[in-house]
Design a protein around this ligand. Structure first.
Ligand SMILES: Cc1cc2nc3c(=O)[nH]c(=O)nc-3n(C[C@H](O)[C@H](O)[C@H](O)COP(=O)(O)OP(=O)(O)OC[C@H]3O[C@@H](n4cnc5c(N)ncnc54)[C@H](O)[C@@H]3O)c2cc1C
Length: 436
């Protein structure tokens, strides 16, 4: 329902909806699709324009999540090859997996996000871009009751709804407006610098190589383009924005790239994101909820954020729809979902943090890599872990014990040295249980 009021200036348009979603990218669009399919009136707003990029790489771990949204065919049509192999080499230990049963894909965000927005429109929701939410409407009892937004021509929009969703990314306006606090904050040790190349004849597989403290990965994506990414530690003095530095290091770390980069053309500018800390945010309160990066962000090394946003949208919808009714039942459902989100996200949060640590691989890490490498089933479990079908905490059991015993049995290692190593890196992180 829409109603326009001409006061002095500016024009205020008043509307009502069942749910207002702030942010129309991965989390926001996924939620909009699910709510619209359930017959709810969705208002979807984004301050950005259509077909703009996001500073993010875009490795998609689990294609089933796209199938659920009815866009798997469209995803394939964007032209990225399905990836059936992951070649991971950690300090010389090969953890590669051939996984045609669990295809992955890498699709640049401009096309990916636009595809989702088209799907949103196909289920009857208008994607309103150029609309910035800057205030929340409050009900008499203090409950959030909608948003105040400014449109592209400065017009004001008041949208009332029983639920406001912040799907508005790491610097979430909704989180700020409701005063949502961060907790379990981690300082991630690595930055990300990446380039796109055409005419880089690499196999259709994801490759990640860690050599000491250096990490590079590369993956073919849509339109015949290959993404090459450096993940240096924050204290690495090299300037990876310099193409020569970037390519020299990339070819040294990833053997497949050697001799290939001279013949390749860089597409677009070099991209960089620095100082990416991990966090959880209080995710729900009276009349509001945070989904996707607005509520939780982790070390990007495991490439989970996009899939997590889709999973969260699914879980929130499943939790909310059966309880949709009064403000009290809505708030109860979002509070429950918040607890579920944390329980689901915590193991991968600390696992990602441990893989991204800027420390050199130590005696225990190395034995863990060797333990996993020795068995195809254990290597498969790494793939399943990234699809949330194998809990990273399971590495704390037998794998941890075997790795420590092996490390102690190696000549040159001492018991105290091995215990120190275990505490210093992977296990210290896996051992963290409480996110709050
Ligand atoms: C360097 C880097 C690499 C990454 N690599 C991967 C990867 O390989 N695989 C993976 O799965 N994930 C990866 N991620 C994570 C992934 O990018 C995020 O998890 C994902 O983009 C989250 O989507 P979202 O919808 O929550 O938020 P976003 O994509 O940030 O979208 C938020 C939207 O909200 C809008 N908005 C913000 N404020 C307002 C406002 N006040 N009013 C209206 N609109 C507003 C913005 O315009 C934006 O469009 C990476 C992240 C980074 C930083």
């Amino acid at each position: 329902m829409t109603e326009s009021t001409i006061t002095n200036e500016p024009t205020i348009t008043k509307e009502t909806a069942d749910i207002v979603i702030v942010g129309a990218r991965i989390a926001g669009c996924a939620l909009a699709i699910r709510f619209a399919e359930a017959g709810k009136r969705v208002a979807l707003l984004d301050r950005g324009e259509r077909e703009t990029d996001v500073l993010s790489t875009h490795y998609l771990q689990d294609l089933r999540l796209w199938d659920e949204l009815g866009v798997l065919q469209q995803l394939h049509e964007l032209g990225a090859p399905p990836l059936h192999a992951t070649r991971t080499v950690m300090d010389g230990v090969d953890l590669s997996v051939y996984h045609p049963q669990w295809p992955r894909m890498c699709v640049r965000r401009t096309g990916l996000d636009e595809m989702l927005r088209r799907r949103v429109e196909a289920v009857g929701v208008r994607v309103r871009t150029g609309v910035t939410v800057n205030r929340l409407l409050e009900e008499r009892n203090g409950r959030v009751g909608g948003v105040v937004a400014t449109g592209p021509d400065g017009e004001r929009l008041h949208i009332s709804a029983p639920l406001v969703v912040g799907a508005d990314g790491r610097n979430s306006t909704v989180a700020k407006l409701v005063g949502s606090n961060k907790y379990a904050v981690t300082t991630n040790d690595r930055d990300a610098i990446w380039r796109y190349y055409r005419n880089l004849p690499v196999p259709p597989e994801f490759q990640l190589v860690r050599d000491g403290r250096e990490i590079f990965f590369m993956v073919p994506c849509d339109d015949g383009i290959t993404l090459v990414v450096a993940q240096p530690t924050r204290d690495d003095p090299r300037d990876y924005r310099d193409r020569q530095v970037f390519e020299e290091c990339a070819q040294r770390i990833i053997p497949t790239l050697r001799g290939l980069m001279d013949g390749a053309q860089q597409v677009g500018e070099v991209r960089q994101v620095r100082r990416m800390n991990g966090y959880f945010r209080e995710a729900a309160g009276p009349g509001w909820v945070l989904v996707g990066d607005s509520g939780h962000f982790k070390d990007v090394i495991t490439g989970q954020g996009i899939s997590d946003a889709l999973r969260q949208a699914r879980a929130l919808t499943r939790r909310l729809l059966p309880e949709w009714g009064s403000p009290r039942t809505i708030d109860r459902a979002t509070a429950r979902w918040w607890r579920e989100r944390d329980a689901e996200a915590r193991p991968m949060y600390y696992f990602s943090r441990s893989i991204g640590l800027g420390l050199a691989t130590n005696s225990v890490d190395l034995e863990l890599f060797r333990y996993i490498s020795a068995s195809p089933r254990r290597r498969d479990n790494l793939t399943l872990m990234l699809r949330h079908e194998y809990n990273p905490r399971r590495l704390m059991g037998l794998p941890a014990a075997v790795s420590m015993a092996k490390a102690m049995s190696r000549s040159g290692n001492t018991v105290t040295g091995v215990i120190g190593d275990a505490q210093a890196s992977l296990y210290r992180q896996f051992g963290r249980k409480q996110a709050k």
